[in-house]
Design a protein around this ligand. Structure first.
Ligand SMILES: Cc1ncc(COP(=O)(O)O)c(C=O)c1O
Length: 399
């Protein structure tokens, strides 16, 4: 269980638009979670978090008490947690909720892997169903494995197959559709516009893992829901603080307060593991501030998308086969595993760090070099990378 410390100022950059759906949950889910939370309250097992408002030490202040209290509930065995800087976990949760405009709640985890490990088991039981995209990230797959809900799989990004699977799941109480917002090995964006239509027709819940979208995809970096223009129709988002938002570590779930309350009470990676280190919270908060502010965000997004466009255009013109679309992940498709690792090695000899991906990370005959563009690259650097790919590609007879 995380005991969270509070810093006083409210996040800057307020977002007044309501972006993520927190209101219209399917009745079956709302009823199941409300009933479960009520039972916990009746049994005395519902956990109301005490927010610690001072640094962690032997005498602390908590929000619900005016006088200082002696702290006999901390893993601070050696008394080394008493850092002079008051930590900021609750602020970051509020900042993330505000970023999404959820009017909802956000729960922090040590990683997005943990957020995915916790969410399905907490929210679903054997009477429910998860309908999962076939290319979902390993952490979603593992999270689904941990829960007792019935499992259905639909072909990657295929709303028609999703519809068929939802038909099969029609007698299940809650039907939760789970998809990556962006598939990290292929650089393709989930067709959320079509998916939400299907989800709503079946009165299902839509969960999106936006690890490769948060902070940079969509007009204001709010992710794949914003990119598709359907953000207010997505129920739950899990994402990472470990990629675009600073890159250190950390993850979160954001969504309806009812669901987040259930996670705070039952999600095992939250209850049984430590929260994020304060330094990571501070770094993520600063990164989110940059992304929340039009003036600081725009140059980064402009540079990222300009770089991605130049890279894709020049590589395609040179004859490379590229996967994905409209994203900063641009896989150079090679097929053969040995070829992919040889090419990555030759690129490194020319001063370019790229990695070859092969089975089991991608299917057997679909080895590739996955290139990721950044706002931090200069145009010269992007052009140099393309020039190097062309040289190496010719040498290896790929083009
Ligand atoms: C789609 C997706 N979800 C979740 C994760 C896990 O994120 P984290 O590093 O925060 O655990 C990753 C990271 O590779 C990812 O690509």
């Amino acid at each position: 269980m995380s005991f969270l410390l509070l810093r006083s100022p409210t996040p800057k950059s307020p977002v007044t638009r309501r972006l993520l759906s927190t209101a219209k949950l399917p009745a079956a889910l709302e009823e199941r979670i409300s009933t479960a939370l009520s039972s916990m309250k009746a049994a005395g097992t519902f956990k109301t978090e005490r927010i610690i408002t001072t640094p962690q030490r032997s005498s602390i202040n908590v929000q619900s008490s005016t006088a200082p209290v002696l702290n006999f509930c901390a893993n601070n065995y050696l008394g080394l947690a008493d850092h002079p800087t008051v930590t900021i976990h609750k602020d970051l949760e509020a900042q993330i909720s505000q970023f999404y405009g959820t009017q909802g709640d956000t729960i922090l985890y040590a990683s997005c892997f943990d957020a995915n490990a916790g969410i399905f088991e907490s929210l679903l039981t054997a009477e429910d169903a998860v309908i999962s995209d076939s290319l979902n990230h390993a952490s979603i797959i593992d999270g689904v494995r941990l829960c007792k809900a019935q499992r259905f799989r639909y072909a990657n990004g295929d709303p028609h197959d999703l519809e068929r699977q939802l038909e099969k799941a029609k007698d299940c109480r809650v039907k939760l559709v789970a998809t990556d917002g962006v598939f990290s090995m292929d650089g393709n964006i989930a067709p959320l516009r079509d998916i939400v239509d299907v989800v709503e027709r079946h009165n299902a819940v839509l969960f999106v893992d936006d690890a490769h979208a948060t902070g940079f995809l969509g007009a204001t970096g709010r992710g794949s829901g914003e990119y598709a223009g359907v953000m207010e129709r997505v129920h739950l988002v899990n994402s990472t603080l470990g990629k675009a938002l600073g890159g250190a570590a950390g993850g979160y779930t954001t969504g309806a307060p009812l669901l987040v309350s259930m996670l705070r009470n039952t999600s095992r990676p939250y209850l049984f593991s430590n929260t994020l280190p304060p330094s990571v919270v501070g770094a993520a908060s600063a990164a989110l501030e940059i992304v929340s502010n039009e003036e600081t965000r725009a140059p980064l997004l402009n540079s990222l998308w300009a770089n991605a466009k130049v890279f894709r255009q020049r590589m395609e013109e040179a004859g490379f086969v590229l996967a994905g679309k409209d994203h900063a992940i641009i896989p150079v498709m090679l097929g053969d595993a040995k070829l992919a690792s040889r090419m990555a090695e030759m690129m490194l000899n020319r001063g370019i760090y790229v990695v070859g991906f092969s089975y089991p990370v991608v299917p057997k005959d679909k080895a590739r070099i996955r290139v990721q563009l950044s706002a931090a690259h200069s145009l010269d650097q992007v052009n140099y990378a393309v020039d190097s790919f062309i040289e190496v590609g010719r040498e290896l007879k790929v083009i």
